[in-house]
Design a protein around this ligand. Sequence first.
Ligand code: SF4
Ligand code: SF4
Length: 249
Amino acid sequence: MIVGEQKPLSEIVGFLGDAREVLVAGCGTCVTVCLAGGEKEAQLLASALRMASRLDGATRRVTDVTAQRQCEWEYLDGIAEHVRRADAVVSLACGIGVQAMVRHFPDAWVVPGLNTTFLGLPEEQGIWTEQCQACGNCMLGQTGGICPIARCSKQVQNGPCGGSENGLCEVKRVKRENGVPVMKTDARGRQVPVTEDVECAWHLIHERLKRLGRLDLITGVQGPKDWSTSRDGGPRRIVREDLLLLDEG
Ligand code: SF4
Ligand code: SF4
């Protein structure tokens, strides 16, 4: 699923300028599951924006609506009347939903209320981890279903880099709360980020293939990965001729 985090309220307020009618638009799919941009979050953000307007002395009316999916035209048609009435729309969808709104409603001022963070897995209540970077040429078949592109800090392709210890990556993750790095004071009195351990992806790959008796999959040298299917080739597009609607005119 696509995972996102709500932007700080002050940043969202900064997008609104002198808009008097503001619509907060939630999305009922991925960002609902990750509790960042669904119906409940849209209602809460609308309330927070109303409160902020009152405190700022701004005369602003804030309403909310939620589309089942902001990335599909037919669901956007369902909220068109709400969008038409708004001077500014805060979309709580991922970056795809925001851009779908911009294309579908070219006269509307649409701003993002979320930071789209990654393609991830809900590990447990309140914890999501990145699992895939949509490289366009999936190698999970060679790596026992564990992705070295998304889960290895260096994206190495031919086994561990040599820096792992006790199954942990030598690159630590900066701990964040609500998108903001958590800081601490070190022994020399400097503010430094708090870090946390990450499992070494190649350690996980090795352990899994060993358990399944498939270490043969990683004993040969992999050729260079074809990155032309990834972002390096520019914005990507898929065309499925078998699904295209024929022009009967
Ligand atoms: S190999 Fe590519 S497509 Fe497959 S999970 Fe990793 S990033 Fe995603
Ligand atoms: S320690 Fe493991 S996960 Fe970390 S960069 Fe090296 S190979 Fe990748």
